[in-house]
Each structure stands twice: as C-alpha cells, then as structure tokens.
Design a protein around this ligand. Sequence first.
Ligand SMILES: [Zn+2]
Length: 279
Amino acid sequence: MSRTALLPKILLATLYALAGMSSAGVAGELTLRGERMQGGLIVGQAPAGTMLSLDGNPIPITPDGKFVFGFDRDRTEPAILEASFADGTAAREEIAVAPRDYDIQHVNGVARKYVSPPPETLARIRADAVKKRKARVKDTPLDYFAGDFIWPVTGPISGVYGSQRFYNGEPRRPHYGLDIAAGEGALVRAPQAGTVRLAEPDMYFEGGLIFIDHGHSLISVLMHLSSVDVKTGMKVERGDVVGRVGATGRVTGPHLDWRMYWRNAHVDPQLLLGPQPEE
Ligand SMILES: [Zn+2]
C-alpha cells in the first residue's frame, strides 16, 4: 500500500476511535459481498482479530478484518464459514453455491501440436508447470482483493468462464478465463493493484503470461500476451500497463485470456466487472 493511501486510513481510524466506534464492524458480525454461485468470489468483513475458517481450513484475515474466498466451477456443496471473534463469541454460516449453465464450444483449426503436445515438449511443459505452481504458493497480506476491478482491455468477448471446448473434436479441460478479443498489440492493464508473481514471455500453453497477486491467494492470470512489460516482484497499480494483447501459446487468434485463482479454485473474473467502458 502506498503512503498516500495509508494516511487517510490512519486518520479515519483515529476518528472512529474518538467517536467510540470500530472501523471494522460490530463484534460478532460478519458481512459478505459477492456472487454466491459457482465461480463466485466472496469478499468479507469481520471485526479485527477474528479467526476464520472455510470448510474447516483456516483463511487469513487482514489487520482491519477483510478476507476473501471463492467457489470453483463445479462446486455443488454449500460452503461452511466459521468465525471465532475476539470477544469469545462464535458464528457459523452456511453459504449455498448456486449452480450455473456453461457454454460448450467446438473449435477447429487448432494446430495439431496443441491437441496432443509432442513428447519432446513434455520437459518444457513440466518446467512451465513448476514455475506456475511456485508463483502461487505464497499467501500475501495485501488487501487489493477487496477493491474494485477494471477491464484489463476492451473488445468483443470471445470466451467465457466455465465453457468447455472440443478442439478438433477432442474434449479439453473447461475454460476458466474471460477471453477479450482485443486487437494484436492492444495495451493490457492491471485489473487491480497487486504484486507481479510471474512474468514469462513464452510459456508453452499460455504464451506471454503474467500472474498478479491481489492478496490472500487471489491471483489474476493474463495470458497470450505478445509483450510482457513487467517483471516478477514488481508492484503494479490498477490500470498500469503490464503488457500487450497477442496470439502466443495455444490460441487461434489474438485475445487476452484473464483467469483468476483463489487458492486452487478458478473463479470468474467477469462476475467482478461492470459493463465494458466505452472506447
Ligand atoms: Zn481463453
């Protein structure tokens, strides 16, 4: 967080303290916002000092009580959120996860090497996978997940979360990204602030690839870039240019594929966005 952003928070906290109020909600109270559906991301607020678990696993909370979790594409069972408050009370909330209908698409004309990667590429694919895994293991105490997200680029939507594609007739993994078919070279902006965890110009499947960590295991993945203009470890602000749209990796044409992970769950970036801004 920048110093300029921190200062008003300190002032606010002081004002709340003077007024005898808490800036982090009332004791014993949890507030949740976000889509309670498959692919949904939930951002919550609890009183500072609350301990939380989701489905029995601890989830971290920021010093001022913010937390985040998400639901994977095929989750059907309700989520169980449990809280132990600093005053000794506890709460348990069962969150129903609404099912969605997903698009099934057939895509032909994908280069043969991507349908079944040739054996000599397996070492490279494995090395890519290690890089990606390492870039996601660390949980960082940033709180950008609680802020607003913007479109990283605008253009026709050519792919949506949850769809499943058949390449040349063969079923593939479901598609977890939002595909925006902006032109080759269009500027790609950070959808929200964060720390760059991975910046690779040439991954086998993803081509030019960037991971931006928005805090507490919420990560944006930007794929198929023709140019990667950030480095691992860099701090980016929302709206900063991080690269350019391309057709690198396993694609049939230039587009940005934006995915999001919360831990190992793929969540739907489009649920975090309003309508596209006018060009
Ligand atoms: Zn895609």
